[in-house]
Design a protein around this ligand. Structure first.
Ligand SMILES: *[C@@H]1O[C@H](CO)[C@@H](O)[C@H](O)[C@H]1NC(C)=O
Ligand SMILES: *[C@@H]1O[C@H](CO)[C@@H](O)[C@H](O)[C@H]1NC(C)=O
Ligand SMILES: *[C@@H]1O[C@H](CO)[C@@H](O)[C@H](O)[C@H]1NC(C)=O
Ligand SMILES: *[C@@H]1O[C@H](CO)[C@@H](O)[C@H](O)[C@H]1NC(C)=O
Ligand SMILES: *[C@@H]1O[C@H](CO)[C@@H](O)[C@H](O)[C@H]1NC(C)=O
Ligand SMILES: *[C@@H]1O[C@H](CO)[C@@H](O)[C@H](O)[C@H]1NC(C)=O
Ligand SMILES: *[C@@H]1O[C@H](CO)[C@@H](O)[C@H](O)[C@H]1NC(C)=O
Length: 719
């Protein structure tokens, strides 16, 4: 990269007789600039008037082949300094307001004179000089201005009340000059140096003082003044060969009242104080417009009220690995299932959170809100009246946070009058800590008996359900829930006693506690991801589902799936009762990923026998003794269209049933078509007849095969 040069530029440096100012002057001159070296002369208290300091710097610049002129005016007469530049060089491009004096005393002892002097030199001097240069900059449509502030202004410093107030005053001056100058390519920035100079030499410890070389700061200031630098309105702190931007941030803050008609009490302020001062979610606001805008959006929750449609409430949801793992267990993920360790072990390489987990923050804000209970005008809706009717969740952006804090904003979008009840459409947007939208949830709840209030019957806000295709499913996966499924799932946050307390369940008209609809949904989506996304959660986009009937913990869920492009339609039913429990449902994927062909469970071709084998798996798990009594190792060779489609091993000796071949040689191999296997299991096809007709081929120990019948029959009865 070429050197940054200042050829043809005219630079005015105030207070350039020594220290930082001198370092600036020498550096600019060495890079081709013509420099006005302003210095009043004098000692640390700036009250002498010798011209020697400025002259010495000019001489040094000239000796090095540069161009410079001395100026001895006080910065309070800023226009005279600018005139020196115009008289000698015909222009001015860069103004470094560096001149300063110190008058340290404790606040109580400051005299008016000391106050005025300090403010004159620092604040008024910078103002006067900048104001004189500004019209010149404007005319040439170019200018770079530096104000010099101080740590004692940003942070305060004992004994420097007059100095620190003047120095922070310069930050305010620079902020406004930056705004007023920008359309004319005039940029104004603040440097906060800690440099060894006449001003600091007897204030700092000697070893630190030695590192505070002005030469280590000067390049930062020079860069800020180069035409290629677009920085404007910034505060840059620099010392000892380090530099960094300093900024003022604002906490997210807290609302001090809930409704516009509420007052704010001193106690409201006290009770919210820890949130008011918490800067962990602080933001830098770039302008007064941004700051006002941010305030307005903080007030959003207030303005819209919380009754009926349109009210918005928000809640913070905190979660960690343990929570997402507990959830995964709650929706049936298992270490024994292919590819599911990633949901259950935080150290696995591709640790993942099931996408339906992000329904939890939405449910939390809904539970904590009382808005649903007030959604229907004139009716108070009780928890026992409310049914979760439909749910939609859509993930936004790439990978959502896997732990930490999420903020959910909840509002009621629509309340429909369905006669027998009210359908309440709730939209919940969930954001990460940086305010980025992570997920959109929509929950349609049905309030039984809350209808006939004269509201609209149909609405526009709810994401519609979709009918399943009329052909046979492209894939089917089944999984038995555990009798303790609801007891496990509720630990993820839905603690409605209906799902655990037998008495509550009876009162609600159920024989036993029922499984959460969202738990069945979690099962279903996980199985869809297994069949069509290779458990790659990043492929998940959205799911919509309608809850039709309850599931009893312990029942087997069967998910039929149909693929159309990247949309997987699905329907979930309970195998034992043959009842549909989730309908009108689909999962949208970003793309479909067939599971890895090498893995034994990856062949997701739709075989009817799979469900039966899943049964046998459960059967054998529940009663291993019965399996062991039969003994032997059976290989099932399931065919489809005359070709081998899948193999299942029933290792009854060890009470293990799994997809694929056994380790050693099986005692008996049975070859049967998928369809005939189903007929056999249902008892519609007699094994002997099947054998005679060649529909069932048995090799190895044929006698042993006959012992299998009871195992198959039990399942047939259950189907
Ligand atoms: C501020 O005021 C005190 C007391 O009047 C004075 O001694 C001190 O020099 C002033 N500070 C600066 C930076 O001039
Ligand atoms: C400074 O100028 C730049 C370039 O025009 C502009 O983007 C920026 O907003 C300005 N900053 C301020 C604080 O006005
Ligand atoms: C903050 O103030 C609001 C309004 O008074 C109150 O409802 C809320 O509980 C307060 N927050 C905390 C954390 O006390
Ligand atoms: C920010 O403040 C608003 C109220 O002013 C509150 O609703 C929201 O939850 C807060 N956000 C965070 C991340 O704390
Ligand atoms: C199955 O075969 C193994 C040898 O491969 C044999 O040891 C075992 O006794 C057989 N089991 C039965 C039940 O026939
Ligand atoms: C499975 O059945 C197919 C088709 O009948 C046959 O080609 C294959 O050899 C059988 N496999 C075994 C292990 O018996
Ligand atoms: C699944 O098995 C069937 C039958 O053997 C085969 O035609 C199909 O290609 C396999 N699919 C995959 C994804 O391996």
């Amino acid at each position: 990269m070429a050197d940054l040069r200042f050829d043809g530029r005219v630079v005015v440096v105030t207070g350039a007789g020594a220290g930082l100012g001198k370092a600036y002057a020498l550096l600019f001159a060495s890079r081709g600039a013509k420099v006005v070296v302003n210095d009043l002369g004098g000692g640390r208290h700036g009250d002498g008037s010798s011209s020697k300091a400025a002259d010495a710097v000019v001489d040094e610049i000239k000796r090095n082949g540069g161009t410079a002129v001395a100026d001895y005016n006080s910065v309070v007469d800023g226009e005279k300094i600018i005139k020196t530049a115009l008289d000698n060089f015909g222009r001015v491009d860069i103004l470094i307001n560096n001149a300063g004096i110190l008058r340290d005393k404790s606040f109580a002892k400051i005299t008016d004179q000391d106050w005025d002097l300090v403010h004159s030199v620092h604040l008024k001097g910078s103002f006067k000089t900048t104001q004189a240069a500004f019209p010149v900059f404007k005319k040439q449509n170019y200018g770079r201005i530096i104000m010099t502030a101080s740590n004692s202004g940003l942070y305060g410093n004992f004994g420097q009340a007059n100095y620190s107030s003047a120095k922070l005053g310069l930050v305010g001056l620079a902020n406004t000059v930056a705004i007023e100058g920008r359309k004319n390519n005039i940029f104004c920035n603040v440097i906060v140096p800690t440099a060894a100079s006449r001003l600091t030499e007897d204030i700092l410890p000697p070893d630190l003082y030695a590192e505070l070389k002005p030469e280590l700061i000067a390049p930062v200031v020079a860069y800020l003044c180069h035409e290629s630098c677009q920085e404007n309105g910034s505060i840059i702190e620099s010392a000892a060969g380090w530099a960094g931007r300093c900024t003022i941030v604002r906490a997210n803050g807290s609302l001090l009242r809930r409704r516009p008609e509420d007052d704010v009490s001193i106690e409201n302020v006290r009770d919210n104080w820890s949130i008011i001062r918490d800067i962990s979610n602080a933001q830098r606001l770039e302008s007064i417009q941004d700051a006002t805008g941010a305030l307005m959006s903080s007030l959003d929750g207030l303005r819209s009220g919380t009754d009926g449609v349109g009210g918005e409430e928000s809640d913070v949801f905190q979660f960690c690995n343990k929570d997402t793992i507990l959830y995964a267990l709650g929706v049936g993920a298992s270490v024994t299932a292919e590819n599911e360790l990633k949901y259950l072990y935080e150290n696995s390489e591709d640790f993942s959170v099931l996408p339906t987990y992000y329904i939890m923050p939405a449910m939390q804000v809904m539970f904590t809100s009382s808005a649903v209970s007030r959604a229907v005008p004139g009716k108070e809706i009780g928890l026992e009246q409310v049914l979760h009717g439909e749910h939609y969740i859509e993930m936004v952006g790439e990978v959502p946070p896997q732990d930490g804090k999420l903020v959910s904003k909840f509002r009621i979008s629509e309340v429909l009058d369905k006669g027998s009840g009210a359908a309440i459409v709730c939209d919940i947007d969930t954001f990460d800590q940086n305010g980025n939208l992570v997920a959109r949830n929509q929950c349609v709840t049905f309030a039984v008996g809350a209808g006939k209030f004269g509201g609209p019957r149909t609405g526009t806000k709810a994401v519609p359900c979709q009918p399943k295709p009329s052909r046979n499913p492209d894939a089917t996966l089944s999984q038995k829930t555990s009798v303790d499924q609801a007891a496990l799932y509720r630990l993820s946050g839905d603690v409605n006693p209906l799902h655990i307390d037998p008495n509550m369940a009876l009162m609600a008209g159920h024989k036993t506690p029922i499984l959460h609809g969202l738990c069945s949904l979690g099962f279903s989506v996980r199985l869809v991801l297994s069949a069509f996304a290779g458990h790659d959660t990043s492929l998940f986009k959205a799911v919509k589902a309608r809850f039709v009937k309850p599931v009893i913990p312990g029942e087997t869920l069967k998910v039929d799936m149909w693929r159309e492009g990247n949309r997987i339609f699905f329907e979930t039913s309970v195998v034992e009762s043959n009842q549909v429990v989730i309908a009108g449902a689909y999962v949208d994927l970003k793309s479909v990923k067939a599971a890895l062909p090498s893995s034994p469970k990856s062949n997701m071709s739709n075989l009817k026998s799979d469900a039966i084998f899943e049964f046998i798996v459960d059967q054998v798990k529940q009663d291993p003794g019965k399996a062991k009594a039969i003994g032997g190792v059976f290989l099932y060779n399931i065919t489809k269209d005359g070709k081998q489609a899948k193999q299942w091993t029933m290792d009854l000796k060890n009470a293990k049933v799994f997809e694929g071949k056994p380790d050693g040689k099986p005692n008996t191999t049975l070859t049967v078509s998928d369809e005939d296997f189903l007929l056999l299991a249902e008892g519609k096809l007699n094994p002997q007849q099947a054998f005679m007709k060649g529909k069932l081929k048995v090799t190895g120990n044929i006698m042993l095969a006959q012992k299998l019948a009871p195992l198959l029959k039990t399942n047939a009865a259950k189907l």
